[in-house]
Design a binder for this molecule. Structure first.
Ligand SMILES: Cc1ncc(C[n+]2csc(CCOP(=O)(O)OP(=O)(O)O)c2C)c(N)n1
Ligand SMILES: [Mg+2]
Length: 337
């Protein structure tokens, strides 16, 4: 929930004490994103969403913990796996679902699909499917903030595989050199499609790739939304103070197949034991247990929350389905000639 000054509940609390956070708000946000993505998975077979989808189910804590430490004027850039980043930052749900269905009301007019989500009002600058391609754009956003004397921060979400691309190193070098207000938030889910990290990179912590460029680093449990929030608050404070970029490695795990609505544990690239261990560390269930113990959540509140999300999702899917398809002949509109 945003107020007129652009600050949400968590940001308001954070102004008083940067480490205080509304845990129920974090829970709500994660549950909302899970509900939306579960529905996308359930309806994918209807063939109305004809683009590929890379679901973030299991990884919600990173997006939510980060966004809770940002204002609407801070900006994020994302990858092919961008739904959670977009939604946590306040991106419009109907525009997202319309985009997935190729409708004119989609955030890219139906031309981009699920890997091209943006909502400038919410500070979601872009997402790109080319691995690591959004990294220099995030650094550019931070450079613009600095040049314009704005107190804002850019967050770059990057997967573990992005670190294998040269453009990460060029961008990190430049960001550190210029002390830009940017956070490299590396979501390490152990895989690049079907290839494990240990078959792609030498056995050294990913944080070394931040340290090599002179950045302070943090290595956190990416399935602990409070840990993500704390690390982001600290990195945001550094960035706003003019102290430059931070690199954060957040360990997490995707539950579904790399691309698509199903599970793919039968492919043999990961074991059922590994999957089960990570699923048992579900970021939403963990916070749920904590909230119950703290007495901050009860069944009635939870049921109201779930009913609210179900109604919102039904409404947004309905609006997206009812929206028009682009008309033949409009294919040249919006192109640079
Ligand atoms: C430059 C480039 N090379 C290869 C691909 C194909 N590709 C799409 S997603 C992906 C894996 C990315 O892994 P990671 O960055 O760790 O993100 P994750 O899918 O695990 O969230 C690859 C190799 C691509 N999109 N772009
Ligand atoms: Mg990965």
């Amino acid at each position: 929930m945003r107020n007129n000054d652009g600050w949400g509940v968590n940001e308001r609390l954070a102004k008083v004490d940067p480490h205080r956070v509304d845990l129920v708000a974090l829970y709500r946000s994660m549950l909302r994103i899970r509900t939306i993505e579960e529905e996308i998975a359930a309806r994918y077979g209807e063939q109305k969403m004809r683009c590929p989808v890379h679901l973030s189910i299991g990884q919600e804590a990173v997006a939510v913990g980060v966004s809770a430490a940002l204002t609407a004027a801070d900006q994020v850039v994302s990858t092919h796996r961008c739904h959670a980043h977009y939604l946590a930052k306040g991106g419009d749900l109907t525009a997202m679902l319309s985009e997935l269905m190729g409708k004119t009301t989609g955030c890219c007019g139906g031309r981009g699909g699920s890997m091209h989500l943006f909502d400038l009002k919410a500070g979601m600058l872009l997402s790109l499917p080319i691995v690591a391609a959004s990294i220099p754009v995030g650094v550019g956003a931070a450079l613009a903030f600095k040049q314009e004397g704005k107190p804002n921060v850019a967050v770059i979400y990057l997967g573990d595989a992005s670190l294998e691309e040269g453009v990460y190193h060029e961008s990190a070098n430049f960001a550190a050199l210029k002390k830009l207000p940017v956070i490299f938030m590396c979501e390490n889910n152990l895989y690049s499609v079907y290839t494990n990290l240990q078959d792609r990179q030498p056995p050294r912590p990913l944080t070394e790739l931040g340290r090599a460029h002179g950045m302070p680093t943090a290595h956190i449990d990416g399935n602990d939304v409070q840990a993500v929030h704390r690390a982001t608050v600290a990195a945001v404070a550094r960035a706003r103070a003019g102290d430059g970029p931070t690199f954060i490695q957040a360990d997490t795990y995707r539950w579904r197949e790399h691309c698509g609505p199903n599970y793919d544990n039968d492919y043999g690239y990961r074991t059922v034991e590994e999957f089960t261990q990570w699923r048992d560390r579900d970021p939403i269930a963990r916070l749920h247990t904590e909230l119950l113990a703290l007495g901050q959540l009860d069944t009635a509140t939870e049921n109201t929350m779930k009913a609210e999300f179900d109604a919102e999702v039904t409404q947004a899917f309905g609006a997206a389905e009812a929206a028009p398809m682009p008309v033949p002949g409009a294919d040249g509109v919006g192109l640079y000639a």
